[in-house]
Write a protein that binds this ligand. Structure first.
Ligand code: AMP
Length: 216
């Protein structure tokens, strides 16, 4: 099963990608996580990416395409994958198409998460992430049992640098300008399904499972 999760920042793609990955035993590949890891490792690529990320801008296409191309070579992608946060631009989508053609593969479905902008703002500014295992919490809608600590591993919860309000508006504007055109791009290929992104994690997850199993 080869899937792309498309949607604005804060739509819940990461949470759902992780759940789906557990259910089907295929990797969830999040370019945002890969870039944050590169930054934490202090590589030159990571440092350059970090500047764009903190500003709420996109990292250059060729950098992200290179990361994904390398990642898809790993053995765990043989049965499929979920791409979370990639592609984000038309050139990235074209590059992904070429990569898959070379591998003799096709995408099965592109799931577009649909949410209103006020809801996205609420989610992003209240989001807290575990430093250790990456689990997401929300100060209001899914607070941790103990303030500041992860329910799963006890790790420290932090706010992502790019979840501060000023950067969030920039990220949403970038989404509208660069990523939204991909809705049409995949619609024309007959691959797009829209998932209502508001509601509980469980309800959204069931909608996703229904959609991908219907098409499988
Ligand atoms: P995310 O965790 O998906 O919200 O990504 C965080 C940040 O990483 C984004 O705001 C971008 O700066 C960068 N990023 C992640 N994925 C991509 C991509 N496919 N293309 C360009 N930049 C990306």
């Amino acid at each position: 099963m080869r899937l792309v999760f498309l949607g604005p920042p804060g739509a819940g793609k990461g949470t759902q990608a992780r759940l789906l990955s557990e259910r089907y035993g295929i990797p969830a590949i999040a370019t945002g996580d890969m870039l944050r890891e590169a930054r934490a490792a202090g590589t030159p690529l990571g440092r350059e990416a970090g500047r764009a990320m903190d500003a709420g801008a996109l990292v250059p296409d060729e950098v992200v395409i290179g990361l994904v191309a390398e990642r898809l070579e790993r053995a765990d992608c043989e049965k499929g994958f979920i791409l979370d946060g990639f592609p984000r631009t038309v050139p990235q989508a074209q590059a992904l198409g070429k990569l898959l053609t070379l591998r003799g593969e096709v995408l099965d479905r592109v799931l577009a998460f649909d949410l209103s902008e006020p809801e996205l703002l609420r989610r992003l500014t209240g989001r807290r992430v575990c430093r250790k295992c990456g689990t997401n919490f929300h100060l209001v809608s899914s607070p941790p049992k103990r303030a500041g600590a992860c329910d799963r591993c006890g790790g420290e919860l932090t706010q992502r640098e790019d979840d501060h309000e000023a950067t969030v508006s920039r990220r949403l504007a970038v989404y509208r300008a660069e990523t939204q055109p991909l809705l049409d791009y995949y619609q024309r290929q007959g691959l797009l399904s829209t998932i209502p992104g508001e509601g509980s994690v469980e309800i959204i997850f069931s909608a996703i499972v229904r959609t991908v199993e219907k098409r499988a």
